[in-house]
Design a binder for this molecule. Structure first.
Ligand SMILES: O=c1nc[nH]c2c1ncn2[C@H]1C[C@H](O)[C@@H](COP(=O)(O)OP(=O)(O)OP(=O)(O)O)O1
Ligand SMILES: [Mg+2]
Length: 219
């Protein structure tokens, strides 16, 4: 059997850990950007949607590596903030903001909303778009899926697991913030897990097709 490989087109350590766990059941070697690109590599995320940015990241890394590539663009939408931070989630407080700075900015925005009479619970959702690009499929369309996790935002951060806005997000049906869940618990309900559930069969199909193509050439 051939050992296939897939590169994750992300620099976010939290995403890498979660995607690695989700991919664990598949017979595939998972590589990070640093394993395959030994030079500075940045993709400007100027798309208006999660879809556009996920596609841009996947295409850029597939072109740079010639490898099967999986990219993730994700973020948080808060209803009373008109869907912000949305596609700007990683840059909500500032360009290159830390997670802590973004969390502080989100709490400040909700506090400002409260002073004009707004009240919680603040309905919100995490959204994730995954894009898979296979650079060797002729005229191949990328495969794109999405996942959503509904919940509310608390203005008192709790927990140390996960990453990003996890300490402020309480998923519907849970009492805990996402940062208070174990890795396995988060990976059962998260937007990323929902999207991956739709992606999994497609990756399996790509691997099966590659096995078949390789058998034809190599016997
Ligand atoms: O499960 C999550 N739990 C908490 N926060 C999350 C989650 N998923 C996305 N987020 C937040 C983090 C970041 O503020 C933004 C993603 O921004 P996004 O551009 O997709 O990722 P990124 O710049 O960190 O890494 P990269 O572009 O290299 O994949 O949404
Ligand atoms: Mg990014």
């Amino acid at each position: 059997m051939t050992t296939h490989a897939l590169v994750l087109a992300t620099k976010n350590r939290g995403k890498i850990e979660e995607l690695r766990a989700l991919l664990r059941g598949l017979d595939i070697q998972v590589l990070g950007l640093g394993d395959v690109i030994q030079r500075p590599f940045d993709v400007v995320e100027d798309g208006a949607t999660f879809e556009a940015n996920a596609l841009k990241k996947a295409r850029a890394v597939a072109a740079a590596t010639t490898m099967l590539t999986l990219a993730d663009d994700s973020g948080l939408e808060v209803d009373v903030l008109g869907g912000a931070p949305g596609v700007r989630s990683a840059r909500y407080a500032a360009e290159k903001a830390t997670d802590a700075q973004n969390n502080d900015a989100l709490v400040a925005a909700l506090m400002a909303h409260a002073t004009v009479g707004g009240r919680g619970p603040y309905k919100a959702r995490f959204r994730c778009v995954l894009a898979l690009v296979d650079p060797f499929v002729k005229n191949g369309e990328p495969f794109v899926v999405d996942g959503t996790c509904e919940g509310t935002i608390t203005t008192q951060p709790r927990g140390t697991n996960g990453f990003g806005y996890d300490p402020l997000f309480v998923a519907s049906g849970s009492e805990k913030t996402m940062a208070e869940l174990s890795d396995d618990e988060k990976n059962r309900i998260s937007h990323r897990a929902q999207a991956f559930a739709k992606m999994r069969l497609v990756i399996e199909k790509v691997l099966a097709e590659r096995d078949e193509a390789i058998r034809k050439v190599c016997g």
